[in-house]
Ligand binder design. Structure first.
Ligand SMILES: C[S@@+](CC[C@H](N)C(=O)[O-])C[C@H]1O[C@@H](n2cnc3c(N)ncnc32)[C@H](O)[C@@H]1O
Length: 371
């Protein structure tokens, strides 16, 4: 498994500088998911170690720490954070603008569905692979769409003539959208992106790389069951959620994912990367920050949940999607200068809507036996 690191995370919200440094160090690494710590004395030799095993004691200590800080805030406070959720994110983007923008080259290693025509060599460094400049792969993207049902031609919506449609939900300032537009040069591609923060969406639309001929950014609250989507059901090939589901109230996660699943074409995939249970960011929450089990409010009013693999599996399963991947990425990040160790836990999922069965041939319909 290739394991990306350095995403907009807790550290970025409280200490952008530190995170930017750790991101850039991560991107210099030649290959993700291959550096294993076998000798604990060597921990400070590198900036990060992949797939670290947690001991039982470490897991028990993390659980205890979480329990100690799990007294929930009063209901009025909870309601305020809920009602004003998008205002807190607007404030966040007003302050930070797009300073956290980073080209995430790992996106295409982990999620090749975002640029299926690019045949990436997983043994090659992101820098060497040339994906940042766009790529011309041998595989015609159309090949991956064979058998995909086409929408009625009289349906009019942004990108209605496209043949490969990707939606990013909770896009922030475009950390995923712009790399997709740059890398995936399929002429049939159209990318949708939305966020409930109008400030974030404005930052996307005013970015010099925003091309309305290939992309449509819009304000949309994923958790609002009355919100209208600009695309019809069964029109999307890929939906991406990167550190977004965790920002929703846990009570609204299931319905939100079920609504998104309806937008996928048969055979389409939903890709997610998000916080895992006992990630360093969870363990750092002190008393007075807990909203409900494993759900917290940060100092700036934005909220975050920490998932287990099983919880995510259940949500996707109930939305009628089939598991392709559901993995936990445990990484040990190291601050060599300060001799600090940080245990990160992320979960990565791919869930697919079942493809439609090909129509029965006449022989099959009449029950004729094949010889
Ligand atoms: C941690 S940030 C991640 C942003 C982006 N995906 C990235 O990786 O850079 C979470 C994003 O989710 C958005 N968000 C939170 N709740 C949302 C909701 N109910 N509907 C749509 N977007 C939401 C926030 O505004 C914010 O941009």
């Amino acid at each position: 498994m290739a394991a990306p690191g350095g995403v907009l995370d807790e550290a970025s919200i409280e200490s952008g500088q530190a995170l930017s440094k750790s991101i850039s160090e991560d991107f210099k690494r030649p290959q993700f998911g291959t550096r294993f710590l076998t000798d604990p004395r060597q921990v400070f030799q590198h900036n990060a170690w992949d797939n670290v095993e947690w001991t039982e004691e470490q897991e028990a200590a993390a659980k205890k720490k979480v329990q100690e800080h799990s007294q929930p805030l009063p209901t009025e406070k909870q309601e305020e954070y809920d009602c004003r959720a998008n205002e807190y994110w607007n404030d966040f983007y007003t302050i930070h603008e797009n300073r956290f923008f980073k080209d995430r080259h790992w996106l295409f290693t982990e999620f090749p569905e975002l640029a299926p025509q690019c045949q990436l060599n997983h043994d090659t460094s992101p820098e060497d692979s040339g994906i940042g400049d766009g790529c011309q792969g041998d595989l015609d993207q159309g090949q991956s769409r064979e058998g995909t049902p086409q929408l009625p031609t009289d349906v009019d919506f942004p990108g209605c003539t496209a043949t490969y449609r990707i939606l990013e939900v909770g896009c922030g300032v475009g950390n995923t959208v712009f790399p997709i537009l740059k890398t995936n040069n399929d002429p049939g591609l159209f990318v949708y992106c939305c966020d409930f923060s109008s400030t974030a969406v404005d930052l996307v639309k005013t970015n010099s790389e925003y091309d309305p001929g290939r992309c449509f950014a819009f304000v949309h609250d994923l958790s609002d069951d009355a919100a209208v989507n600009p695309v019809p059901d069964e029109s999307l090939d890929v939906i991406v959620l990167i550190f977004v589901l965790s920002a929703l109230h846990p009570d609204r996660m299931q319905a939100s994912i079920s609504r998104l699943a309806r937008l996928l074409k048969p055979g389409g995939v939903l890709l997610l990367r998000d916080y895992g249970r006992y990630d360093m960011a969870q363990l750092r929450f002190k008393k007075g920050r807990c909203l409900s089990d494993n759900f917290y409010v940060r100092g700036d009013g934005t909220r975050v949940y920490f998932f287990t693999q099983d919880e995510l599996h259940e949500i996707f399963n109930l939305a009628g999607l089939e598991k392709v991947q559901n993995l936990v990425d445990r990484r040990l990040q190291v601050n060599r200068g300060k001799q600090l160790t940080m245990y990160r836990v992320w979960i990565q999922c791919k869930y697919r809507k079942a493809p439609t069965e090909p129509p029965e041939t006449e022989d099959e319909a009449s029950g004729a036996k094949k010889t």
